[in-house]
Design a protein around this ligand. Structure first.
Ligand SMILES: [Zn+2]
Length: 343
């Protein structure tokens, strides 16, 4: 049984935010004209802060059916943002969504009263420290003297504690990667470009630099691995990283046993070819002279596919099929980046 919003509730939700998406980074108008001069377009969604039915995102069993379908449990979003909040319920918690709602309604109120965007932005930026019970606490101040603690607020405010420009850039990058992963038209080149601009996603704690466009010269024609990863340790040997698309299937079921797909074996063969290049001392010397990089029997890392609903026991079982390959999915990369942001 789903406790959906009725038409009246949806209209109230839309009207309370001037028909704009409530996600602070979006704010897109959700209605407008259609080509047909007699019709209007509506891309708004009345999203549930806690799910309409059991098993749904952020479901709260303590609510009554009536409460679940009430204005109080609704949030007006554009279609994209409605999908986004259900894709990661850890990140988009009910508290965060309620904070979005509060801010969106505030913006709508200001807009209705004719308070300019600039003035509002200034209002939002007053942050102060106060000494309370011998503890320093972060406060948010408004122009009319109202204040509130920021340290007891929802996640969005807690970010303020660590919001260096670096973290903000990282947050933006996480969103960019997520969008790329969900874009079926994104090319391998787009991912290569992303990781070149945001090497932290592939460096983790082991490597200091990701080198792309390193040409392994040889008689049969050059090889160009996507990345050579240079370790932090001095004189340590580089490893090789290859990128495939997130849409690539990683597993196939063969004779009722899970196997790596042909695409994985292909990526592995490609990595082995790069790897064998460094078996030759002359080649190693050439790369060292040209790039000041050393490699020999490198680890072979491939970023490919999505984690999906795969049984981890089965995965571990077949990983022995390709012992030297380190396989990471795009979800793994994204989750690591997020985990680092939570610190
Ligand atoms: Zn939106």
């Amino acid at each position: 049984m789903r406790d959906d919003f009725d038409a009246r509730t949806k209209k109230v939700l839309a009207d309370r935010v001037n028909s704009r998406c409530s996600r602070p980074d979006c704010g897109k108008a959700t209605s407008g004209p259609q080509e047909d001069p007699t019709k209007a377009l509506n891309i708004g969604v009345a999203a549930h802060i806690t799910a309409a039915s059991e098993g749904g995102p952020r479901y709260d069993p303590s609510l009554s059916s009536e409460e679940r379908g009430s204005v109080d449990n609704g949030l007006w979003l554009c279609q994209n943002c409605a999908k986004l909040i259900d894709s990661d319920v850890q990140r988009y918690s009910p508290e965060l969504l309620r904070e979005w709602k509060r801010q969106a309604e505030q913006r709508a109120q200001d807009e209705t009263r004719g308070i300019g965007q600039d003035q509002h932005a200034v209002d939002e930026e007053f942050v102060a420290f106060g000494l309370f019970d011998e503890k320093i606490r972060l406060l948010s101040l408004t122009k009319d003297g109202k204040w509130e603690y920021l340290d007891q607020m929802s996640k969005i405010h807690r970010i303020l504690y660590v919001a260096t420009s670096e973290t903000l850039a990282m947050l933006a990058a996480v969103e960019e990667l997520e969008a790329l992963m969900n874009d079926p038209k994104a090319s391998e080149l787009a991912f290569q470009d992303f990781f070149e601009r945001n090497p932290r996603f592939i460096l983790n704690d082991e490597y200091k630099r990701a080198h792309s466009h390193i040409t392994l010269v040889r008689e049969e024609g050059p090889l160009i691995p996507d990345f050579l990863l240079e370790p932090i340790d001095q004189n340590a040997l580089c490893d090789i990283l290859e990128l495939k698309l997130p849409s690539t299937k990683i597993f196939v079921l063969k004779k009722s046993r899970m196997r790596f797909s042909a695409a994985v074996f292909e990526a592995c063969a490609q990595l082995r070819e790069y790897s064998s290049y460094f078996d030759d001392k002359e080649n190693r010397d050439l790369i060292h002279r040209t790039y000041r990089l050393m490699a020999y029997k490198p680890k072979m890392i491939v970023i490919i596919g999505r984690r999906g609903d795969v049984d981890p026991i089965a995965v571990r079982g077949i990983e022995t099929d390709l012992p030297r390959l380190i396989l990471r999915t795009y979800d793994d990369v994204l989750n690591r980046a997020r985990a680092r942001l939570e610190l």
